[in-house]
Design a protein around this ligand. Structure first.
Ligand code: FES
Length: 70
C-alpha cells in the first residue's frame, strides 16, 4: 500500500474489494488499484485523476493563509 504524498490516490495491490459507506461493494481485479482519497472522483472509490485539479501545491497545506476555518 502506498499513499501519494501530494494528496493523490492510495495505491494498493489488487485484486481488491471495497465496501463504501452506503454498503455497496466494488471489485477490481487489476494488479494495482488507485483508491480515491479526495472524494472528487466521478468513479469513487476509484481514482479518476480529478485530484489533479486541486489548488496549487501548498495552497491548502495546514497553516497556510488560504486554509479555511474548520
Ligand atoms: S485521489 Fe484521484 S480523484 Fe481522488
Amino acid at each position: 500500500m502506498r499513499l501519494d504524498p501530494d494528496g493523490g490516490p492510495l495505491l494498493v495491490d489488487g485484486p481488491v474489494e471495497v465496501v463504501t459507506e452506503d454498503g455497496t461493494t466494488h471489485f477490481s481485479h487489476r494488479p494495482t488499484v488507485a483508491l480515491c482519497t479526495c472524494r472528487r472522483s466521478a468513479r469513487y472509490p476509484w481514482c479518476d485523476t480529478s485530484h489533479r485539479a486541486r489548488a496549487p501545491k501548498g495552497a491548502d497545506a495546514p497553516g497556510s493563509p488560504e486554509e479555511e476555518p474548520r
